[in-house]
Design a protein around this ligand. Structure first.
Ligand code: ZN
Length: 410
């Protein structure tokens, strides 16, 4: 048994849900056969309806609320308004994470815990005053606001509970999703917001949280939150009702000074949350899902990657969608970031046959490694594309290792 788990972070990996593995004796071997060395395994996750194309028993899973996929000790949560729920659709195996993780480790795979922190409608319903509140005083029940100390305490306790159950040799890394604000974008199955044709700028304004804690934070950072709220309302209404497009950046909408104060407030809260989490996760790598645009809210926290003063071993950057754009964004993130950048690549994108080329370009652009999204959701054809991309990367890595003067793959 090794006590030095890091280093293998460079191996390519894939995301997986616990239900992709639990109850399927062939799943871990099938995952290893993709050529990955690591699996980002669901430990705490929001609601989802997922296909399970490879599972021998079920075809779909409907996780109707956010849940933790490891046993919870009720004593640890006594007195907290926010607490994770157990998955009522999966009562057969209480330790689903541990069961799936053991199977993956038996195939020599490194296990990373996938923890979604501030996205939980179930938790938001228990404490509506801790959810994101837009400038119209409307709450986003699916989004807990991390400026609220109770929310940071909840996220930290979630990680502490996890780390007390699984040691750092078993699970050397934590991948943190929604370690900041979810904004206006929800992406739920029943979303009916697209027809308003809101611009990016308008959606970013609707994503500005003005709850009591954020008002205090924005003020401390040097802006007047009441003035910010007024400007947001005016600009959003002008677009929604009169068709006057909101400017693209918060600096243009709110003014440089207010926008800088808002982003400073956000960055400082996220830094503080990662420090709190790192303190209860000694010896673990913190892989932080991030977006290099500080204006962004969502599962990937918008950050100034170069100025980040929190705790992160690496940033995980979503490289989905248009390939040229993804490569450019990754290149810029690698240039600006003080930490390694891992590329989150979707196997579910439109052209799986182009996956190998995309991965090669992202690696050449400086990605430390790849995390493929997502082994459980992908059809057999998409898994073949994933396997082929990995095989091509393995050849490239071997060529590089044996010919140190080679210039690497294009
Ligand atoms: Zn807030």
């Amino acid at each position: 048994m090794t006590t030095e788990p890091s280093g293998s972070a460079d191996l390519p990996g894939t995301f997986a849900y616990t239900w992709d593995l639990v109850g399927d004796p062939a799943a871990a071997e099938r995952t290893a056969s993709l050529g990955v060395g690591a699996v980002v395994l669901q430990a705490a996750y929001h609601s989802v309806r997922a296909m399970t194309p490879h599972h021998p028993v079920h075809r779909t899973v409907h996780a109707t609320h956010a849940a933790a996929y490891f046993p919870l000790d009720p004593h640890q949560w006594r007195g907290s308004r926010l607490r994770p729920s157990s998955p009522s659709w999966a009562v057969d195996t209480p330790d689903r994470f541990g069961t799936a993780a053991s199977a993956l480790r038996s195939q020599g795979l490194r296990v990373e815990a996938w923890l979604v922190l501030t996205h939980s409608t179930a938790a938001g319903e228990r404490a509506p005053d801790l959810t994101v509140c837009n400038a119209f005083d409307e709450r986003y029940g699916y989004a807990l606001c991390p400026a609220q100390p109770e929310v940071r305490a909840y996220a930290t306790q979630l990680v502490r509970s996890f780390c007390e159950r699984y040691d750092a040799v078993e699970v050397p890394a934590l991948m943190l999703e929604a370690c900041g604000w979810l904004g206006f974008e929800h992406g739920s199955h029943h979303e009916k917001t697209a027809g308003a044709d809101l611009s990016r700028g308008c959606r970013d304004l609707l994503s500005v949280c003005l709850c009591a804690a954020c008002r205090t934070g924005i003020e401390a950072a040097g802006a007047d939150p009441t003035a910010v709220a007024r400007t947001v309302r005016r600009t959003v209404d002008a677009e929604m009702r009169e068709g006057v497009r909101a400017p693209g950046t918060l600096a243009e909408s709110l003014g440089e000074r207010a926008a800088e104060a808002l982003l400073r407030h956000r960055q400082s809260v996220i830094e503080s949350l990662t420090r709190q989490i790192a303190a209860v996760a000694p010896g673990r790598e913190i892989l932080l899902m991030a977006d290099a645009d500080p204006q962004t809210t969502g599962p990937d926290s918008g950050l100034d990657l170069g100025g980040f003063g929190g705790r992160a071993t690496a940033f995980v950057l979503k490289c989905w969608g248009d390939e040229n754009r993804a490569v450019t964004l990754l290149k810029e993130a690698v240039r600006d970031s003080t930490r390694p950048v891992i590329a989150n690549v979707s196997v579910l994108d439109e052209h799986p046959d182009e996956l190998a080329g995309r991965v090669a370009r992202l690696r050449a652009a400086g990605a430390q490694t790849i995390r493929y999204y997502h082994a459980g959701l992908a059809s057999p054809a998409r898994l073949r594309a994933l396997r082929a991309a990995n095989a091509r990367e393995a050849v490239r890595a071997m060529t590089e290792a044996t010919t140190p003067t080679a210039e690497g793959a294009a």
